[in-house]
Write a protein that binds this ligand. Structure first.
Ligand code: HAM
Length: 429
């Protein structure tokens, strides 16, 4: 039996195997997910968790049957009672389903965030996995461009809290479904006259979902699209003024953005504003997050007429960008104190002091193994503990520790009663 995880997946563990997979190290994940929660809560969002599998039908009706995600990448299976289920490829559809099911649109809890795995059967490569983790936010109940800007600002605030720089916010508007239909017809007409220049995939999309061709990576097709009709020209005056207001509000907040005329996103539920953030520190898979407005999805899935806007960000790509930009030094700091109980006689007092310190909010790793002191301090260093102390027979008598600050290599004598305060004040210093 192979011990590797399934293709396109990975394990998050406390210690990285090598620099290449440093991003597998759990310390970074704990740190980044804590920042995600903190940022979402700063914007008044509540936590939601939905199942990791749902009826396959949910995604066909929301993400869209002709989208790549549903038609090529979804993990589909039948359970023992022949129900057609799917591992969730994304989070928005489940959140909407759960809110309809629990009638939460009538409650004030309409700003939600989630953290969890998503599954897409894609060709694995750096930054693209078959199981990836997303931090997502969905804001329900407002048609206002102010809410689009809040969603965008929440996403950017999360990246800023991770210390990320050199990101580009790409922005576009898809308008209403009617604007999209009108544009799709114009694009279809234009591309039909150049059909032979299109690849197999785009020829198929021309019939099923022409807008998706705008996403192409093929240089020849990109050239062709340079002269194609523009989506922005098919926007109704209402859609155009919504988008202009989003632009104005972003400028008022000094949030830089780039209009990206070909940004359509790979999910069918979007209306009006769509956005994506890219990082120059990543390779081909450079989109760290994306989202947009979806005013019709709640109704289409059987709920009331409630508009919404949201985004999701891939945490693998966030952690990788953080490591590329070296922003996560804080994350790898270990416990406040590595306390080594030297000799069995000192163990009861070591446990007692450990317990008192933990109750005072100091994190302690207690070691009562038969290690030598030099081995204990080597372990403390490997685990990036902030302080190290030995509690042996002489410390028992004096009721004092020699508290070593491992970074600065300074040490001081502190009575048992003052250890918590000494550690807390040394952290502030
Ligand atoms: P999405 O653009 O499909 O949007 O995915 C969001 C983010 O998840 C991407 O920007 C990327 O960072 C990450 N991601 C997607 N697929 C993979 C993969 N195979 N491996 C690694 N990372 C990946 C959505 O899922 C929408 N539900 C976002 C949304 C929420 N729109 C409105 N509300």
């Amino acid at each position: 039996m192979s011990q590797s995880p399934p293709k396109g997946t990975y394990d998050i563990t406390p210690s990285p195997l090598s620099d290449e997979v440093k991003w597998h190290s759990s310390a970074y994940w704990v740190h980044v997910e804590a920042l995600a929660k903190k940022t979402a809560e700063l914007f008044g969002c509540s936590y939601i968790a939905t199942p990791i599998f749902e009826s396959a039908d949910l995604y066909m009706r929301s993400v869209g049957e002709t989208s790549d995600i549903v038609s090529k990448e979804m993990y589909l299976f039948e359970d023992r009672s022949s129900r057609k289920l799917s591992l969730r490829p994304e989070g928005t559809a489940s959140v909407v389903r759960a809110l309809i099911h629990k009638r939460l649109f009538e409650s004030p809890f309409k700003r939600l965030y989630y953290l969890g795995p998503m599954f897409r059967y894609e060709r694995p490569q750096s930054g693209r996995y078959r199981q990836h983790r997303q931090f997502g936010v969905e804001l329900f109940g407002s048609l206002s461009p102010y809410t689009d800007v809040e969603a965008i600002d929440l996403m950017l605030s999360f990246y800023a809290s991770c210390g990320l720089k050199d990101l580009t916010l790409n922005l576009n508007s898809l308008g209403t479904p009617e604007c999209q239909k009108a544009f799709a017809q114009k694009l279809k007409e234009y591309l039909h006259t150049h059909k032979s220049a299109l690849g197999e995939d785009s020829q198929r999309r021309l019939e099923t979902n022409p807008l998706r061709i705008l996403d192409t990576k093929d240089p020849k097709e990109k050239e062709l699209l340079a002269n194609a009709p523009k989506l922005i020209e098919s926007l109704s005056s209402e859609a155009r003024s919504h988008f202009e207001e989003v632009e104005k509000l972003l400028s008022d907040l000094s949030i830089p953005y780039t209009i990206s005329e070909r940004l359509v996103r790979g999910l069918d539920y979007y209306t009006h504003t769509v956005f994506e953030v890219t990082s120059s520190s990543l390779g081909a898979q450079n989109s760290i997050g994306g989202g947009g407005r979806y005013n019709n999805l709640v109704k289409e899935l059987g709920g009331p007429d409630v508009p919404a806007v949201g985004f999701a960000t891939g945490l693998e790509r966030v952690v990788q960008t953080c490591l590329a930009q070296d922003t996560l030094q804080e994350a790898t700091k270990g416990v406040d104190l590595y306390l080594f109980g030297l000799g069995a006689k000192a163990h009861p007092e070591t446990l007692k002091l450990t317990t008192e310190l933990r109750r005072a909010g100091v994190s302690v790793l207690m070691d009562i193994s038969s290690k030598k002191p030099a081995q204990a301090i080597a372990s403390a260093n490997k685990l990036s503990a902030r302080h190290f102390a030995i509690l042996g027979e002489s410390e028992l008598v004096e009721k004092k520790l020699q508290l070593k600050h491992l970074d600065s290599r300074t040490e001081k004598s502190v009575s048992f009663a003052n250890v918590a305060q000494a550690i807390q004040t040394s952290e502030e210093a």
